[in-house]
Write a protein that binds this ligand. Structure first.
Ligand SMILES: [Zn+2]
Ligand SMILES: [Zn+2]
Length: 364
């Protein structure tokens, strides 16, 4: 099939809508008609050329939901018409870490841009067009069948899209990585889509206080509505002192969703004794962070990482949908803007400006 699709050609130049040939799904793959695609920071890194491994031209988008259009040979458990949330971490499905339920940590994944057989399903004229993971910014995309997680069709697909990256990551970091318990304190440093999901998960879990730390005070009312009990302007000279004061000397859990230079040091410095810093943010290639070992040792403070919120998508995505359907997980409140496919650059610029929590590209 041939479909007008926003394609990214090179850093610094806007997307172009091109007529994209989308091949049928090969064995073990499905082709999905996308309903919505979330506007995620990792794609912004790609657009800014901060990851050398990103090939071009490429269809971006790592968060989305849609309806299965067709299935390739050998696919079981999925059929045309199924509503699916897309995972960006199908893993190989065979190795030890995949079988343990942590496919985002799989070491046997194809290079970024390619399907498992090393090729692409997208073509523009004679030019091969690559897949940024699941390439959810395409109205029709092809993914490994393990990346298409069937969910209850009662969930609106535009809202379900958020589960595929921001919600899986932010909620998963709180629920699965950190296992935040009733009455424990937490801070979220950087309150975009992932940070808002983490705040909300903290509220659902009964954490207190829940401190939102961000550089855009205009968002604070929205962050309180999502569960923050206190908000701190990260640019204030006494931001760290405010966090320590609010939490009576330090937080039990500090979640770092921002790669800004001040974020990680602030999170580690804010930790209570036996507190844990959970590193969620993606950093540009070659980034380095420094720590004070004495600060860790003398308080038994810990630093852990949460990739994709330690998610196991086939289990966690349906759980998150159930929480939404039960009225516990407020996906609608996480959406800060909706854009058409031809407005994709505007959507990413809104993300860059820091005012957006989560934008959605919505298809017809
Ligand atoms: Zn993402
Ligand atoms: Zn694997």
């Amino acid at each position: 099939m041939r479909v007008p699709t926003p394609v990214f050609f090179s850093p610094g130049s806007p997307h172009r809508i091109v007529e994209l040939d989308v091949a049928p799904p090969a064995a073990g793959e499905v082709r999905v008609r996308m309903a919505a695609s979330g506007v995620c920071h990792s794609c912004l890194y790609a657009m800014d050329g901060e990851h050398a491994a990103v090939p071009a031209p490429i269809v971006l988008g790592d968060e989305g939901a849609g309806v299965v259009e067709s299935v390739g040979a050998g696919v079981t458990g999925l059929a045309a018409g199924d509503h699916v949330v897309i995972s960006w971490a199908p893993g190989c499905g065979r190795c030890r870490i995949c079988r343990q339920g942590a496919p985002a940590l799989c070491g046997d994944q194809p290079p970024l841009g390619r399907m498992a057989d090393g090729t692409s399903r997208f073509r523009h004229g004679d030019t091969e067009v690559w897949h940024y993971g699941p390439a959810t910014n395409a109205p029709y995309t092809v993914v490994d069948a393990r990346a298409a997680v069937p969910v209850d069709p009662a969930v609106p697909l535009d809202l379900a899209a958020l589960i595929g990256c921001a919600v899986a990551t932010g909620v998963g970091a709180v629920r699965t990585t950190a296992r935040v318990r009733l009455g424990e304190s937490m801070a979220v440093i950087g309150c975009g889509g992932v940070g808002v999901a983490a705040l909300h998960a903290g509220a659902i879990s009964g954490a207190y206080p829940i401190v939102a730390v961000d550089v855009v005070p205009a968002k604070f009312a929205a962050l309180r509505a999502m569960g923050a009990t206190h908000c701190v302007d990260a640019t204030a000279p006494d931001a760290l002192a405010q966090i320590l004061d609010i939490t009576g000397g330090g937080v039990d859990h500090a979640f770092v969703t921002s790669s800004a230079a001040a974020a990680f040091p602030m999170a580690v410095a804010s930790l209570a004794r036996r507190g844990t810093c959970v590193l969620i943010a993606g950093y540009p290639d070659g980034a380095a962070l420094s720590i004070d070992p004495g600060h860790l040792l003398n308080g038994e403070r810990r630093i852990v990482a949460a990739k994709y919120g330690s998610s196991n998508p086939p289990v966690d995505f349906p759980d998150l949908v159930d929480l939404y359907l039960a009225g516990r997980l407020d996906l609608a409140a996480m959406v800060s803007g909706r854009w058409r496919p031809d407005q994709v650059d505007e959507a990413y610029e809104a993300l860059r400006a820091g005012v957006a929590t989560r934008g959605l590209i919505v298809f017809d």
